[in-house]
Design a protein. Structure first.
Length: 393
């Protein structure tokens, strides 16, 4: 298994080195379609670019490969020059292909991913400008996005951080003022930031976030609720299996950063409980991980998206390390075999965005785009490789 994991991490890295760089306009291109054809003049999204920053930095660190610094620095400089809002702070949501910002809204999710990428880039390179920017973004989120009355973080703001009506992260999302997804990635970002900045405010923010996940998001059925209004009234009936298992292990990492035994014990117990529910409802042996369930209608989205497959392996690994239940490790290995057989595009490289229940890829989905990035799969492979390396030492 180790060899196939290592080979695929190399394949992913080579794909993004060879297919993502925008030689004409700088930074990275905005989009490639299912067949890996470049979509000319595609816009450039901040999520793709911050995830590229994190991924090249993380793979460079794991491999101790200084050659990847070129790509990480390319991402950092492009983000700093074009996505950074010099007037109001924060980062823009979307640019034209030449770098002109046209969606200037301050999506909190995007600010979090920028902190995440900058923190890992600083770990990789020691570039102090990256850490300073990450600190600045932390201050802005705590000042503008944190709800001091009801707790949690609001979803989005206008360019100048003033309130807006439409807060949706994407067209498929509900227009809710607080979401599990954004809180999860703030948690992830602050955990990464805590590795490079020992400010007690970061740890206190993490404590509050973990508390919210236990008291607001995690329900009695061992799923994490997704959409809420400002006062924490639930607005949805959707279960996202990928977010369930991703949250399970990211919360453990956050608790490790805080280093308080009682909190780590509670998050570890939740990780195992959520993982057991995940195996029962989301995982099908030899057929991967389902996407979503609507509890109200009972309808299951049986498509296999690329990122829940990756997150499932990590979440199940964490559950196995805590509980030593062989079912977790067996499912992890089975999902990896499924990915090798069905999720990886053996003709054009990288992973299919999603495949249907009969394992046929959706040809209208992108191979590289606003949301299709190297972060979920490269991160999962790094975590697994580091685990198996420790086992052999």
């Amino acid at each position: 298994m180790f060899k196939t994991l290592e080979d695929e991490l190399q394949n992913i890295t080579e794909y993004w080195k060879n297919n993502a760089v925008d030689e004409q306009y700088g930074g990275f291109i905005g989009r490639r379609d299912h067949s890996n054809q470049v979509i000319p003049e595609a816009s450039k999204g901040v999520i793709l670019n911050t995830r590229i920053l994190w991924s090249f930095s993380a793979v460079g660190m794991y491999k101790n490969d200084s050659s990847l610094r070129t790509y990480a620095e390319r991402s950092f400089h492009y983000l700093e020059k074009y996505f950074r809002d010099q007037a109001f702070g924060g980062v823009f949501w979307e640019l034209g292909y030449k770098g002109n910002p046209f969606h200037k809204r301050k999506q909190v999710y995007a600010q979090a991913f920028t902190i995440y990428g900058l923190s890992r880039f600083y770990l990789y390179t020691g570039k102090v400008e990256a850490l300073s920017w990450a600190k600045e973004l932390f201050e802005m989120l705590e000042e503008h996005a944190y709800d001091s009355e009801a707790d949690g973080y609001l979803e989005a703001f206008a360019e100048d951080w003033s309130p807006i009506e439409d807060m949706r992260l994407s067209k498929k999302d509900m227009n809710s003022s607080k979401t599990m997804n954004t809180h999860l990635h703030i948690l992830e970002a602050y955990t990464e930031l805590s590795k490079v900045w020992k400010d007690p405010r970061v740890l206190q923010a993490l404590r509050k976030l973990i508390h919210l996940f236990h008291t607001k998001f995690l329900n009695e059925d061992n799923h994490y609720e997704l959409f809420f209004d400002t006062k924490w009234n639930l607005q949805s009936s959707t279960v996202s299996f990928g977010h369930d298992i991703e949250a399970a292990w990211l919360l453990v990492e956050a608790a490790k950063a805080i280093n308080e035994p009682a909190m780590l014990r509670k998050t570890s117990e939740a990780c195992v409980t959520v993982a057991k529910c995940f195996l029962q409802k989301a995982y099908i042996p030899k057929k991967g991980v389902l996407n979503e369930l609507d509890r109200r209608t009972g309808v299951i989205d049986e498509d296999r998206h690329w990122w829940p497959q990756a997150e499932a392996m990590v979440g199940l690994l964490y559950a196995y390390e805590i509980d030593k239940d062989a079912r977790f490790e067996n499912a992890l290995k089975d999902i990896w075999e499924f990915i090798l057989k069905h999720q990886i595009d053996k003709d054009n490289g990288e992973w299919f965005f999603r495949i249907d229940k009969n394992m046929n890829p959706y040809k209208e989905e992108d191979k590289l785009g606003m949301w299709k990035c190297p972060y979920h799969n490269s991160r999962a492979l790094i975590v697994l490789l580091e685990h198996y390396k420790k086992q052999t030492e």
